[in-house]
Design a protein around this ligand. Structure first.
Ligand code: NDP
Length: 246
């Protein structure tokens, strides 16, 4: 039997990048995965089809993480169809990098809405339907502990909030045998952080490995935290960054 057979997983922002790799990995481990997207409908449908063609179960769902009713909708639809949510992966995130003086109130709001509020509200909805053994896994950033350089204030602030969220909620949900953990990626080659730029060359100089990671590196960590074997790990931060923060 696969590790996550009979588990129902919801992944936010699964159409591309790290979220797509997490969706693939959880489905390969036997979970039924419901994953959201905002704009990339074609990519999302292609991913769901590909997973199904390979014997897995995945459903793409349009839901803007910055819209609380969209989040509520995806949780409700999942519960209507499957009766529960075992695993929630809060992956969707955005990066707005600017000199501090240039940030607008809209930049602040959009970043906090997707990177923080959606994690809080999505988790609140999901735990209502999460049985013992449930897992809440959020995708933060190694920048919560190492802001790297200028123009990172807003993003770093938002990802640091997930550390407090993870600590607090682990204590709330411990008695219910639900674990809450944070995976903190370093440089991973995606649309958000392509590995072929001058900035990428700079980032590589700061890494122990000297090489960018792949989305699958993050998906592997998430799959472990989603599995039964990780049951004693909660309130923890797992940094997966090729030694960037070492
Ligand atoms: P990408 O920009 O490559 O992909 C983002 C994904 O999130 C897409 O599927 C996108 O959907 C979805 N998304 C964005 N905004 C919303 C929204 N409002 N509602 C629903 N879905 C949304 O990002 P990555 O894969 O690189 O990043 C994934 C996570 O990992 C983020 O939380 C990011 O902060 C974090 N991270 C990434 C690092 C990296 O180096 N790549 C390093 C550290 C952390 P759509 O396709 O529809 O636009």
């Amino acid at each position: 039997m696969k590790n996550l057979s009979n588990k129902i997983a919801v992944v936010t922002g699964g159409s591309r990048g790290i979220g797509a790799a997490i969706t693939r990995k959880l489905a390969a481990e036997g979970a039924h995965v419901i994953f959201t997207y905002q704009n990339s409908a074609e990519k999302a449908e292609a991913l769901a089809d590909d997973i199904k063609n390979n014997g897995g179960n995945a459903i793409a769902f349009a839901a803007d993480s910055s819209n609380p009713s969209d989040l509520q909708n995806v949780i409700e639809k999942t519960v209507q169809q499957f009766g529960k949510i075992d695993i929630l992966v809060n992956n969707a995130g955005i990066y707005v990098g600017k000199p501090f003086e240039n940030y607008t109130a809209e930049d602040y709001q959009s970043t906090m809405d997707v990177n923080v509020r959606a994690v809080f509200l999505g988790s609140q909805e999901a735990v209502k339907h999460m049985p013992q053994g449930g897992r809440i896994i959020s995708i933060g950033s190694n920048m919560a502990e190492n802001s790297i350089g200028p123009q990172t204030t807003l993003y770093t602030m938002s990802k640091s909030a997930l550390q407090g969220f993870t600590r607090g909620l682990a204590r709330d949900l411990g008695p219910k045998k639900i674990t809450v953990n944070l995976v903190q990626p370093g440089p991973i080659n995606t649309d958000m952080n392509p590995d072929n730029t001058e900035f990428a060359d700079f980032l590589r100089t700061r890494m122990a490995t000297g090489e960018y990671g792949k989305s699958e590196d993050i998906a592997n960590a998430v799959a472990f935290l989603a599995s039964e074997e990780s049951g004693f790990i909660t309130g923890s931060f797992v940094t997966v960054d090729g030694g960037f923060n070492a």
